[in-house]
Every structure is written in structure tokens, then in C-alpha cells.
Ligand binder design. Structure first.
Ligand SMILES: [Zn+2]
Length: 292
């Protein structure tokens, strides 16, 4: 089970536990999402200050109103019909020509107004500010997941050795990443030379190709208790989610630094065995799943 997270790094959008500092950088700004004032800072970062948010909401609302106005204009068809009726007292052929011209004109006007409306709506759409997804660089430390305590992925409920989650927004400014999260209950990786790496239980960074998922709102609500479905301005606004799961047998690369530690499981086996070491990540573990 993942440790409860209720904080967000504004600079790399990592989900963090309350009071936890971001591993992404010493200057990264972390805010709590379960505290209204701090959550307000997240909203300012993602959507701009309150007066700007109100203006954006009004613009989009106004454009929608414009649609109604444009469609209301269709009432003019009836008047055209009446005109046709008036001309009908004249010559029949002339009536037909006028009718055809009128219908074509109305049709063109209707198509044109639809296009104008679509352009206005596209320009006025609400666009949050995200950050760029920064995957880790190449790594020579490659191995296989050989053991895991096992966890459940938060959105799909699938059993796995570790999970990663990314929320993205296709219309976002600055970068499309809105949230990244990941966790394990502890796992072991055996490198090609036989060395073992122990990943402790807790938060981790998991790179690799994710699977598109629905239902990430559930994870958003767990992180942001003030999130409501109708609110157009959410700190964790997104239009798609990606889940990445690690299983025993998967090939992984270690992207962060590791250091040797005495192997606690070998301590009881005697002096020679106790001298054996395992590798452990320095700081928050950072892995990449290598696709076959
Ligand atoms: Zn950060």
C-alpha cells in the first residue's frame, strides 16, 4: 500500500508525502493539496491567479453563449420562407430561383458561423500549465527483477512489483506533465554480474512506456481532497493517464546512483557471508522498465 501522499512539487509535479522534500532539486517548491492556502498556490501555478481564472472562465462561458446566439439566428429561415411566399405571387420560376439562392445562402452562413465558433472556442479554451517530462539518461546498470513484496497499482488495481503513474494534459502550456507518482513495497533486482540491488519500500520514480488508462480521477481525489468533478480548475487537471507496472522477470535499468551496504540477510550465515554486500539506491530509487 502506498504511503498517503497529499503534497505536490510545482516544479516537477512529483506526488509527495506531507513534509517530504522533492528529490528533483533542492529549489523545488512543494505545496500541500490538503490545505486550502497551499493548494491555492498550486492553482496559481497551474491556472494563473484568481482574477485570471475568473476571466478565462467568463471567456469560455461567453463563447458558449455565442453559440446559442448563432443558433438562434436560424430562426431567420422562417422569415426567408415567408419572403418566398411573398414572391410566390409573382412568377413560379423566379420563386424557385430565389428559394434555391436563399437556401444556399443560409447553408453557407450556417457553415461559416460553425467554423467561426469552433475557432473562437479553440482560442478561448482553458489551458493549464504543466512541466516537461524529463526521463533519465542512459544507464549501464541493467538487471532483472528477481523478487518483490508486491503492491496493487492505484488505478487499475493490478498486482505488480512496483507501479508508476503519469497524468498528462494535451492542451497544457510549458509541458504536458501534470503529475508523476510511483511506489513499491520493496523489490530485489539482480544485475548481469550477479550483484543484487535492494529497492526499499516506498516512493520511487519509474520510467518507461506507460499504458493508457481511464479512471485516474480516483487517484486525483486521493491526493487532492478538495477536487470536485465540476471544478474546471484543478491542480491535477489532466486529459489522460498512463500507468506503468513492473513485474518479477522484467528487465530494468537503474537510473539513479547506488551504493554498497552490508547484506543484512547474510549476517547470520557467518563472517565470510556477512562481508557480502548488496547495492541500495542513494535517495529515491529511479528505475526504467526496458521493454522486450
Ligand atoms: Zn520536484
Amino acid at each position: 500500500m502506498a504511503a498517503a501522499r497529499s503534497a505536490l512539487c510545482l516544479d516537477c509535479r512529483a506526488a509527495l508525502a506531507r513534509g517530504e522534500r522533492c528529490d528533483g532539486g533542492a529549489r523545488h517548491r512543494v505545496v500541500r493539496l490538503d490545505e486550502p492556502t497551499e493548494r491555492g498556490r498550486a492553482l496559481d501555478e497551474v491556472w494563473g491567479p484568481p482574477h485570471l481564472r475568473a476571466r478565462k472562465a467568463a471567456t469560455v462561458g461567453g463563447t458558449s453563449g455565442g453559440t446559442a446566439g448563432l443558433l438562434d439566428g436560424c430562426g431567420g429561415c422562417g422569415e426567408l420562407g415567408d419572403c418566398g411566399g411573398a414572391v410566390g405571387s409573382e412568377i413560379g420560376a423566379a420563386l424557385l430561383v430565389v428559394l434555391v439562392v436563399a437556401i444556399v445562402a443560409v447553408l453557407l452562413w450556417w457553415i461559416g458561423s460553425k467554423i467561426v465558433h469552433a475557432i473562437r472556442r479553440h482560442r478561448a479554451r482553458l489551458r493549464p500549465r504543466g512541466v516537461k517530462w524529463r526521463p533519465g539518461g542512459p544507464s549501464a546498470l541493467r538487471g532483472t527483477v528477481t523478487a518483490a513484496v508486491g503492491v496493487t497499482a492505484p488505478v487499475t488495481d493490478a498486482a505488480c512489483a512496483a507501479w508508476g503513474l503519469r497524468l498528462r494534459h494535451g492542451d497544457a502550456l510549458g509541458g504536458d506533465l501534470m503529475l508523476r507518482d510511483g511506489d513499491s513495497a520493496g523489490l530485489e533486482i539482480t544485475l548481469a554480474d550477479g550483484a543484487r540491488v535492494q529497492i526499499p519500500a516506498g516512493r520511487l520514480r519509474l520510467d518507461g512506456t506507460g499504458e493508457r488508462i481511464d479512471g485516474a480521477d480516483r487517484h486525483v481525489r486521493a491526493l487532492d481532497p478538495f477536487a470536485t468533478a465540476k471544478d474546471p480548475f484543478l491542480p491535477l487537471a489532466h486529459d489522460r493517464g498512463e500507468e506503468l507496472r513492473l513485474a518479477v522477470g522484467d528487465t530494468v535499468e537503474l537510473l539513479g546512483p547506488v551504493e554498497p551496504r552490508p547484506d543484512p540477510t547474510a549476517a547470520a550465515a557467518g563472517y565470510r557471508e556477512a562481508a557480502r554486500a548488496v547495492l541500495v539506491p542513494v535517495g529515491v530509487p529511479w528505475l526504467r522498465r526496458v521493454d522486450a
